[in-house]
Unconditional design. Structure first.
Length: 167
């Protein structure tokens, strides 16, 4: 079970809001400070590692930049959205960020609620305050293994397919 405090974002959240072009070539600290700075100034100072994003439709639209990596790096436990843009979902897999589609998620939560995700003994996302439970779309096991294992590079390293990265 994974649980965290909910932050709500609406429809059509663009990857530019998570990883603005001005910080793509910067270090992880500067990239982290820029997450949602243009649409929710100060949010990065309010959120905490382990928090959750609940969103509307087409989350992660826009360019193929590694915005999912930014959310993982700041410590978002998982994303549950009514729908997720395909490019963003693929980058979520590649960078080890748990992102699930779950129609009705946006309506089921208020900001500040606690979301509980169970993908080990059953596929459900639950609002701890209201008890409302939803069933997210299942993710194929191989993709889920990548998401939970840190992404494609850590998994390939662990399986001996590529040399470990130098620290």
């Amino acid at each position: 079970m994974i649980s965290g405090r909910v932050w709500k974002f609406g429809d059509d959240i663009n990857t530019d809001l998570m990883l603005p072009g001005s910080v793509i070539a910067k270090g992880p600290e500067e990239q982290a400070r820029a997450v949602f700075a243009s649409n929710r100034p100060g949010w990065i100072d309010e959120m905490r590692r382990g928090d959750v994003i609940v969103a509307g439709n087409n989350f992660g639209m826009g360019s193929n930049r590694p915005a999912a990596r930014s959310l993982r790096n700041i410590g978002i436990a998982f994303l549950v959205a009514d729908s997720i843009n395909g490019l963003f979902f693929r980058n979520s897999v590649n960078f080890g960020f748990l992102a699930l589609e779950c129609p009705g998620a946006f309506a089921a939560f208020e900001e500040g609620d606690m979301a509980e995700l169970d993908i080990d003994s059953g596929w459900s996302v639950r609002n701890a305050r209201t008890g409302a439970a939803l069933t997210p779309a299942r993710i194929p096991e191989r993709l889920l293994k990548l998401m939970r294992g840190g992404g494609i590079f850590p998994l390939m390293e662990a399986e001996g397919l590529i040399a470990p990265r130098r620290q």
